[in-house]
Design a protein around this ligand. Sequence first.
Ligand SMILES: [Zn+2]
Length: 520
Amino acid sequence: MTRYSINGTEFPSSSPLFQAALESAYKNRIRPICLCVEPGLPMYIAHLERSFVVKRMPDTGASHGPGCESYEAPPGLSGRGEVDGHAIENNDEGTVNLKLAFSLRHNNPAEMENESTQKTAAKTSGTRLTLRGLLHYLWDESKLSHWTAEQKGKRSWFAVRNALVEAVESKETKSAALKEILYIPEVFDEERRNDIASRRIRSLSSIMGPGKSGKKLMLVVGEMDRIAPATFGFALKIKNLPDFPFVMDADLNKNFEKVFQISKNLWEYTPDSHLMVIATFVLDDAGIPTVEEMCVMLTSPEWLPVDNKLEQQLIAELVKQKRSFQKQLRYNLSPDKPVATAVLTDCYNAPLAMYIDVDDLVGRWASTVAINEVVRSNSIQTWMWVPRDGLSPDLPAKMGTEAKAIQQVDEPLLIVEEDATPTHASDSAAILEPSTVKAAPQGDSADELSTRGESAISSAFQPKTATNLTVMTPRTPALAEVTPISQPKVDLTGFPFLPGQGLHGPLAPVEHIDSVEPNQ
Ligand SMILES: [Zn+2]
């Protein structure tokens, strides 16, 4: 439980006196101090409709203790680092300016084609949020990307929607406040159907009618129900909006099937998972909504976003083991850019960045080489899962339980640099944005990893050890099938090199992960 000091008096955030103390501090312009670390971190107070809440100052999330309510993983571990300060600008005391990479004006199809090309450029520079970037931002802001065991069974659409609605507050875009242009369907109830419909009409009133310079668009965020053939093309049906299907034209549907195939297949394959939709739409003169641009995001049954089958497996294991963690999100980044899957906040060496090394030689996901490069520059310690042989993740021990010994990398990883291989289309780029996946340098360090032996190091969970990387040893065969992200398994035996040998002879060891000497 996080404790705060207000004007010299200490309060746990659960204290019944806390609200009154916050109200008084708000009026007297006194900053609460979060006591999670010495000597404490100044906070600010936001006045919501019915309550006062303590919020952390901009850019201080990673300075809080890992167990603190205000802790946020360093932005460099996820796609957040690329857009922070550019597409997302924090103003003093709470308001945030968001720059968007998609249009909120209705264009004819030819213009949309050009628009889409410009967006791709914007996407790579991180100066504007794509649809997916915005959805990931909302998920982080609402803390739906955070998980503790206490939340089990408490996340319904009602709770998710409330969290999103609160997160949208104080967010501005160039054209309007985000809450004016974002529609999030409320929980549907047949008996309240008419009330709900009139509230929806009120929310959408700003985009009704022709408008001076073309029609305006709005955003919708909701959960996919299904896409069904309809007389006018296709109908996108969103859960809790049974009486408000969105029109999708045939091209958009075809694009959707192509670009989001992996997410859609995993969604259909996994019971209780959710497929979130974010889309821009226009209302025609009859008031019928038509989708202009859309993106989807697959989540676990707990509404934690997952990129692929392996992430899905790791997140399921973390939830099952009642762990506390923060899911890391890609924002604008393409799938081949390495991001941490999660940051574990309840283990001995917390915060601990968790990576999955898919060992992806075909280039859809980040390669071993690319992951190791990123890991070397991380400011926090790293845990790596290498599931190449279909193994289940063996998680770092939880604080307060007996520390399990885990193989620890304390020698340099040998990395083979090779020519880049051709890549496949990006799965999760927003639709209508041509994929810009670049070929990442490929390599193979798995032979080195798998020959590190079974000897366990008992001090593996001493906090702040000299090295910053732990790697799972291959031990338990997986019970569930682990699909290598729908790519054909690559046969390494045909590769013309052995461990420690590159294409052009023996390899020089790469720079050490940390300053510790090998074989310590
Ligand atoms: Zn704190």
